[in-house]
Design a binder for this molecule. Structure first.
Ligand SMILES: Nc1ncnc2c1ncn2[C@@H]1O[C@H](COP(=O)(O)OP(=O)(O)OP(=O)(O)O)[C@@H](O)[C@H]1O
Length: 595
């Protein structure tokens, strides 16, 4: 039994406490199907989230089979299913793949056979078997809602919470979904609570909870609702609600609820007697106030071997990583963009190769004695140095900036773009560390491919003019700048509320790299000291320039006023950027961000 006792959810508005859910008292037995209805903004979703534990109750308490959930711990993620208003499936995947991923993330199965059985059962229960190989993007609204339900049913939740799962559907699909929810509540004593705007098909529910400004105005059998509100038609209930204040409705309900609860009990007894409701073998748990014997309570729990257990870190990590690659390869636009960037950006760099390949004349060991000739010789050397130094420095900076651009394209939307799905999966037991690790593994592959190809391709046409180990050093700095910017943009993606915000901030970050690196124009000392630590492009450029052979290094120094840093300083700073980005991503993924 689910029981709410004086449950409130309070927020601060203009310094004042406002109860979005106000002293809700209800008892819902196992195998019960309840609709939560009420005018828009009356707090239906807020109440559902409070029951789910997404909004911690500000006062009162919730009990599950007599267990105080706030004191003795929430329900296990596998015991509760929450179907939100938004789609929780990825468009490029098929129905079968979506349900399989949901199962692998939520349920630890013994073997493939058990996994397949579970998937098949859920597909059958939700009527999706015949369209199991269809892609999510081509599903109808009703089929998407069924899929959302299927992805929750994989863990056999005892409590299924549905938020507006029928909104926007045609009347036939709406009835089918309500009928499906009704049937789901008839199995294994599952409680199904459904928030809905619609007052159609109310006869399929066991009880209707009418909310008004966060307060209970009615909770009783569907066929008694019109009588209680003294209306002829259900459609007249909402206008009637507006006729008096919510606290009057609340106190009126408290006064008159007795007979309605008696009717609910009678309906339930009839249902059980007629065999229309199959409760689990366990005896129906007694209400909280009657729970005295802890041993008796423990006996009602499923044996350990039958309990659904959440898969470990590694299992979730591999499921997420393989799903990410599958989504990547199915999205042709994304693959094409990544390939175009990977191949074209290095080509762009090689357009500037000619000057970088030029020779730098040597100054004679001895002075010629002729001032004019000495001057002309120095001029020639100086011109070579300017030409070669500018080109070499420019090419390195161009590589660095293009890799930074690729980095922002890699990760700016990676988390923010799927935040709602991630939050939903986190609620279902996904470990944020497994999620983050899968993102890092996926992005590391992109970073490796992009950086190595950039270094090797450009080197084919404009060989890096490094000393011993210079090219290897250059590769490391290209990897580090791409890795650092990818990590920072991933951090931004995890911290921002929307994908648009994350993309914009990441693009600004890349845009400022070139002017603030000092590689083009030296910055004023006051600005440089402040900005330099944060500019990855400077450290990668400086590290690579430091790996040039001495003569070319001298040439670069003649054209750039900005001082170079030691190799170690560049390595450590870029390493720090990677660490900072990953820490930000870790903090962001742990944060609760369910709108
Ligand atoms: N965290 C929050 N902070 C401030 N206001 C909130 C918060 N959550 C909900 N609200 C406000 O509380 C009210 C109830 O919101 P809720 O989404 O629960 O209503 P609802 O009955 O589900 O509405 P609808 O049927 O339109 O979806 C709304 O006015 C909403 O703006």
């Amino acid at each position: 039994m689910l029981e709410l006792k004086d449950v409130c959810f309070t927020i601060k508005k203009d310094g004042e406490d406002v109860n979005l859910v106000d002293k809700v008292n209800i008892q819902i037995p196992r195998g019960h199907f309840m609709a939560i209805v009420g005018p828009s903004g009356c707090g239906k979703t807020t109440l559902l989230k409070t029951i789910a534990g997404l909004n911690p109750e500000s006062a009162g308490a919730l009990y599950w089979d007599g267990r105080n959930l706030s004191e003795e711990g929430d329900l296990d993620p596998s015991e509760i299913g929450y179907v939100p208003q938004f789609s929780v499936a990825y468009d490029p995947l098929t129905v079968d793949e979506s349900v399989e991923a949901a199962t692998r993330l939520r349920v630890k199965t013994r073997d493939m056979e058990e996994l397949d059985q579970r998937i098949d059962r859920v597909l059958e229960e939700t009527g999706l078997t015949t369209i199991a190989d269809r892609h999510v993007k081509v599903l109808s609204g009703g089929q998407k809602r069924r899929l959302g339900l299927a992805m929750e049913l994989v863990s056999d939740p005892k409590l299924l919470l549905c938020d507006e799962v029928t909104s926007g559907l045609d009347p036939r699909s709406e009835r089918e979904i309500v009928r499906l929810l009704h049937d789901l509540s008839r199995r294994e004593g599952r409680i199904v609570l459904s928030v809905t705007h619609s007052l159609a098909h109310l006869e399929l529910y066991d009880s209707i909870l009418v909310l008004h400004e966060g307060r209970v105005a009615y909770h009783g059998p569907p066929d008694q609702m019109n009588h209680y509100f003294s209306v002829h038609d259900t459609e007249e209930v909402y206008p009637k609600l507006a006729s008096q204040t919510s606290d009057r409705w609340q106190s009126s309900w408290m006064k008159h609820r007795g007979p309605y609860y008696t009717k609910l009990d009678r309906n339930r007894t009839k249902l059980v007697d007629s065999g229309g409701l199959h409760l689990p073998a366990d005896p129906e748990p007694v209400p909280t106030q009657e729970v005295t014997d802890e041993k008796e309570q423990a006996a009602k729990e499923k044996p350990e071997s039958e309990k659904i257990r959440t898969p470990g870190f590694f299992a979730q990590f591999t499921t997420l990583l393989s799903r990410r690659w599958r989504i990547f390869f199915r999205d042709r636009g994304q693959v094409f963009l990544q390939l175009a960037i990977l191949l074209c950006f290095p080509v762009l760099v090689t357009l500037f190769k000619d000057n970088a390949l030029g020779q730098i004349a040597n100054l004679s060991e001895t002075r010629l004695g002729n001032v004019m000739q000495d001057f002309q010789e120095q001029q020639v050397v100086r011109q070579d140095q300017v030409r070669v130094g500018s080109a070499v420095s420019g090419i390195v900076m161009f590589q660095v900036i293009l890799l930074a651009l690729m980095a922002s394209n890699n990760s700016a939307r990676e988390i923010a773009g799927e935040r709602s799905i991630f939050e939903k999966e986190k609620f279902g037991g996904l470990r944020p560390t497994a999620y983050l690790a899968s993102k890092i593994a996926f992005l590391a592959c992109l970073v490796l491919a992009q950086s190595l190809w950039m270094a090797v391709f450009v080197n084919l046409f404009a060989p890096f003019r490094g000393g011993a180990g210079g090219f290897e050093s250059h590769i490391i700095f290209l990897l580090l700048v791409n890795g650092g910017m990818t990590a920072i943009c991933l951090g931004i993606s995890a911290l921002m509320r929307t994908a648009e915000q994350a993309s914009l901030l990441s693009i600004y970050l890349v845009g400022f790299q070139l002017p603030l690196s000092g590689a083009v124009l030296a910055l004023p000392d006051s600005v440089e000291g402040f900005t330099r630590p944060f500019i990855s492009a400077y450290w990668a450029w400086s590290g690579s320039i430091g790996a040039l052979e001495p003569k070319v290094l001298e040439a670069v120094k003649t054209v750039v006023d900005t001082s170079l840093s030691t190799r170690e300083a560049c390595l450590y700073t870029l390493g720090f950027h990677i660490a900072a980005g990953l820490i930000a991503a870790w903090v962001g993924t742990r944060r609760h961000q369910w709108d």
